[in-house]
Write a protein that binds this ligand. Structure first.
Ligand SMILES: C[S@@+](CC[C@H](N)C(=O)[O-])C[C@H]1O[C@@H](n2cnc3c(N)ncnc32)[C@H](O)[C@@H]1O
Length: 304
């Protein structure tokens, strides 16, 4: 029976059951573009390396975690998110774009809530599954390869939905926000961080911001408007730009100290490209071209 048709889902899925090939179609059977496939491939490679000593050391120094994170969510931010979403044993959390389990598994571990993790690269979810079992995450844990716009769960099944810097990594932002809306129960809450281009820039500044941010940073509609169109009411919006800049600088500092290990791991070209991207992000942040915010939202019509 397809997973989404079951009345109750099993406590964990074996990788053969739940992890599989990346779904080629998004909601409405939209094919993936070349640039989406390239982005997913980049994340997949990154998660394969996630448990290398040098990357974990940098992650600990910069973000305070060691899950193989690829977002800019720090330990302090994850703790704050747990509070905003009132996570507790018996509550069900969905993390979209969960990568190798940060911060979804940490939230499950520290609050006792149940957690479902979805993403597209198999390598990240396999690492998440190993971490969940090594940590003996106390609640139920479901892990599935799935697109954020077409999720394999019953509607209104989750008390909380979270995603960290995911919407700036995919083109179909509205479709994902709508799918999150279908997933949340009445009275539930969604929290997410997103990096975006500051409003009111010149064409040249906009171009620079695009080149220094995540792969799908551009958005046609402001997030507040997009959220409303997807059936969400914004309840909080916190500016995390300064923290983002401080985190990128901490990463750069540690990467400088570990330059030879990083080159050995990634190869000289990729290590140099990564350094260039990070410096471009710092410069764009210092010039006010990029922002990172944490949104809180509740479903319209059910919590109003
Ligand atoms: C910045 S990473 C965040 C990963 C993890 N949560 C973390 O904090 O380290 C963004 C994630 O979004 C995932 N992603 C991109 N497009 C997606 C989609 N259509 N559906 C689900 N996940 C997607 C990527 O594969 C990537 O793992």
């Amino acid at each position: 029976m397809p997973m989404w048709k079951r009345r109750s889902l099993p406590r964990t899925f074996a990788p053969e059951e739940c992890l599989g090939a990346m779904p080629m179609a998004k909601e409405g059977s939209m094919p993936r573009t070349e640039s989406e496939r390239a982005m997913i491939e980049r994340f997949a490679k990154r998660y394969e390396l996630a448990r290398s000593d040098v990357l974990l050391e940098i992650e600990r120094a910069a973000c305070g975690c060691d899950y193989g994170a690829t977002s800019w969510t720090t330990l302090d931010e994850a703790r704050a998110v747990a509070g905003i979403m009132a996570l507790a044993p018996g509550k069900r959390l969905l993390e979209v774009g969960a990568g190798s389990g940060w911060p979804g598994l940490f939230l499950a571990q520290s609050t006792g809530c149940d957690v479902a993790l979805i993403d597209l690269p198999l390598s990240g979810l396999k690492a998440a599954r190993e971490r969940a079992s090594a940590d003996r995450v106390p609640g139920a844990c479901w892990i599935a390869v799935a697109d954020g716009s077409a999720m394999p769960f019953p509607d209104r099944w989750f008390d909380a939905v979270f995603h960290s810097d995911v919407l700036c990594c995919l083109p179909e932002k509205l479709a994902v926000l709508k799918a999150c809306r279908r997933a949340i129960r009445a009275g539930g809450r969604m929290v997410f961080s997103v990096i975006f281009i500051s409003p009111g820039l010149s064409a040249a500044e906009h171009e620079r911001a695009m080149a220094s941010g995540p792969p799908f940073i551009e958005f046609g509609t402001p997030y507040e408007t997009m959220l409303r169109a997807a059936g969400w009411r914004v309840t909080s919006q916190a500016d995390l730009t300064a923290e983002y800049l401080a985190t990128v600088n901490r990463v750069l500092d540690r990467e400088k100290d570990c330059a030879s290990e990083i080159e050995e791991l990634l190869g000289a070209d990729e290590a140099a490209q990564m350094r260039t991207r990070r410096h471009a992000a710092v410069a764009a942040l210092e010039d006010g071209l990029l922002r990172r915010e944490l949104f809180g939202a509740v479903p319209i019509g059910e919590d109003d």
